[in-house]
Design a protein around this ligand. Sequence first.
Ligand SMILES: [Zn+2]
Ligand SMILES: [Zn+2]
Length: 164
Amino acid sequence: MNLEPDIGGCGCGQAQLTVHGEPLARFYCHCTTCQEAFRAPCSDVTVLLAADVALLSEGAVRFSSDGRPPDQNRGVCKACGEPVVGFVRGLPFVEFAVVPTHVLPAGMARVPSQGHIRYADRVDDVEDGLPTYEGAYDSEAAVLQMLSDALGPRMYVGEPPAEL
Ligand SMILES: [Zn+2]
Ligand SMILES: [Zn+2]
């Protein structure tokens, strides 16, 4: 547990991170990979630009990918096994960091959750009034929509796509 308001991390404190920049989106993911990784019915994650998230102890985190789209490089604490951050290239030119919301620095404001993705894989029904997205493709489209709403023209930082 971390007592510094601007440092987040896993429960055991070995894997720490800092965040510079605003959250772009937040949602619950009910996919089976999240169920296994979080040992919970679903994950509660916040998405930021990867460039806005810095791991303070790279050696404390082990990364792996299951290769299934949207091919996320998931990082867990080597000591306690808790998911800390995942990196995913959601678009050709933008890399995102997917951070479990409880791992974010305590002093950072949380944004409201925007929905439930991969709801077809759910363990339990949820009735909180938020939208639900059943499958892999509608879920990914929903997340991309959340990100593009948050980023606007910044969605295309770096090299602009040729067709624009
Ligand atoms: Zn840990
Ligand atoms: Zn998931």
